[in-house]
Write a protein that binds this ligand. Structure first.
Ligand SMILES: *Cc1c(COP(=O)(O)O)cnc(C)c1O
Length: 365
């Protein structure tokens, strides 16, 4: 059995260190607002290359607070991709803004810069590009095109911790970076967690209030806030995993190289592209094939997991179908939902297992 994702070997590798740190957390019993959270925020700000990192309860909250801190709401338009996890869209809905989709680029699976530029108008207040599957979108290139228009860029870095482009880490290039520590992410905790990065002190202060009941000083509530704090247990685990994240990302790249080598010559299979000057951290290794469903069932028969990220372009989701009258205007996103298949990918996946997956795919055709 080869799963599409698995944490067991990683936990076995980290177990002693994690147990030790957890003992410390339990002996102190400061479960909320302790030292681990503070040091994690400092460590991540330094790692990403920004002035401020503010932890919260999830990547979804990070995106929501990012929009709130920029006063984006009713009457405003926010451009994003229809080929992403639902959170990106939910955050825009929470603040009452209008989500405007720009179609993707089939080579990178990321939102297309050209399509974004077509959707910009006077109401556009922000753009949320997603660095999908660990592949960095060129934020700097987009900024140059936008010029001095007052449009904020919020990077959805949920799938791309540690990736970078032109020697800048994602999360440090736009106005705000939003991260998720959901267990499957490149830097994941053992529960839910999220984080926001920024160089703006004002945004930092706003988000600190939003995540903690609008508090400026204990029992002084300046704004209506939320309960969205990261806890000490998760922060302790993340501080340990942060030390290994580069190593684990390189293990992912090595696995991707093996897949590339074995699959690149196969007819009817397109391997994921790696744009120039970028560090793709392969949150997913996603191939495209007109035989996608055949490959998926063929792998299942051999007890090999694979996953379809994503089966439905977001404008077609039930909850949103009344908002989008422009159905099928995102032909590339819709095309990709029918072709994409994410193969087993996690740092501790063995070389031998990768070869078993590749051989199985070769025989399915
Ligand atoms: C996982 C994910 C999120 C949300 O993260 P949660 O921590 O699960 O709320 C947001 N955007 C993308 C692209 C994601 O993959």
């Amino acid at each position: 059995m080869i799963p599409q994702f698995d944490l067991k070997k990683e936990y076995a590798f980290l177990k002693e260190e994690i147990q030790q740190e957890l003992k410390d957390v339990f002996s102190k019993t400061n479960f909320i607002g302790g030292n681990n959270v503070n040091s994690l925020e400092k460590n991540i700000a330094k790692y990403i290359g920004v002035k401020y990192a503010i932890s919260c309860n999830s990547g979804t909250d990070a995106l929501h607070f990012a929009l709130r801190s920029m006063n984006i709401g009713k009457g405003d338009e926010v451009i994003t991709t229809p080929f992403t996890f639902i959170s990106t869209l939910e955050a825009i809905m929470y603040v009452g803004a209008k989500p405007v989709f720009a179609d993707i680029d089939l080579e990178t699976y990321n939102i297309s810069k050209k399509e974004i530029l077509k959707k910009i108008n006077k109401k556009t207040k922000a753009i949320i590009p997603v660095h999908l599957f660990g592949n960095p979108f060129d934020i700097r290139g987009l900024k140059q095109e936008i010029g001095n228009k007052d449009i904020k860029i919020i990077e959805d870095c949920a799938q791309s911790f540690g990736s970078g482009i032109n020697c800048q880490r994602v999360g440090s290039i736009g106005d705000i970076g939003c991260f998720s520590f959901y267990p499957t992410k490149n830097l994941g905790c053992y529960g839910d967690g999220g984080l926001i990065t920024t160089n703006s002190e004002e945004i930092c202060q706003d988000i600190k209030k939003l995540k903690n009941h609008g508090v400026s000083k204990r029992y002084h509530h300046d704004i209506i806030g939320y309960n969205s704090r990261l806890d000490e247990i998760q922060a302790a685990i993340l501080n340990i995993k942060l030390k290994y994240v580069d190593q684990f990302n390189l293990m992912r790249v090595k696995i991707a190289n093996l897949y590339d080598e074995a699959l690149s010559d196969l007819k009817n299979i397109t391997i994921p592209k790696r744009p120039k000057n970028s560090h793709h951290v392969f949150h997913q290794y996603t191939i495209c094939s007109p035989d996608r469903d055949k490959i998926k069932t063929g792998l299942e028969k051999k007890n090999i997991g694979s996953a379809i990220y994503y089966p439905i372009s977001l404008e077609k989701q039930k909850a949103y179908k009344d908002i989008y009258t422009e159905k099928n205007r995102f032909p590339k996103s819709n095309k990709l939902t029918k072709l994409c298949l994410s193969l087993p990918m996690f740092p501790h996946l063995s070389e031998n297992d990768v070869l078993i997956v590749c051989n199985a795919i070769k025989k399915i055709r």
